[in-house]
Structures are given as C-alpha cells and as structure tokens.
Design a protein. Structure first.
Length: 82
C-alpha cells in the first residue's frame, strides 16, 4: 500500500492527479482518484502501472470519465473516445 500511495503522489506532483484518497464507505472502503489526462488510454496506462494492482492481491479498479470537472483553477471537459 505504501508503494501505491507513493505512485499516486508522484503523478499528483506532476499535475496528473487532482485528488486521490481512501473513502470510508459503510459498505466497504475503497479509494477514488481524479485524474487529468489527454485520453482514456493514458488513464488506463497509469492504472495498469499501479503497484497495488500489479501485486495481484485482489484489488480492482474502474474508470469512469467525467463529462466535466470544474475546480477553482480550471474547467476540464470530457475525454475524447479512445
């Protein structure tokens, strides 16, 4: 898990991740990341290099593109289809 957090912190420092962290859902914990990418293939590549997924410990991931994301600094539009 330390390698997982470090990996996403590195992408965050590069400006590719706006936010990430664990969610305390009563149904079970999970994490969420909000990424900024040129296309879906780039997001898939980042996901596929995540150490926690490479460790094959039963973790899984889902990618759900946002139609629009508005932050105090910018507005991001939906990713084009890959």
């Amino acid at each position: 898990m330390v390698a997982h957090i470090s990996y996403w912190q590195g992408l965050s420092a590069q400006g590719k991740v706006l936010a990430f962290g664990p969610v305390a859902d009563p149904a079970g914990p999970y994490g969420i990341g909000i990424l900024v990418a040129d296309d879906l293939a780039q997001v898939e590549a980042w996901r596929d290099r995540d150490p926690v997924l490479l460790a094959d410990l039963g973790f899984r991931s889902e990618i759900a593109p946002m139609m629009r994301l508005v932050t105090p600094d910018a507005t991001y539009e939906a990713l084009p289809p890959s």
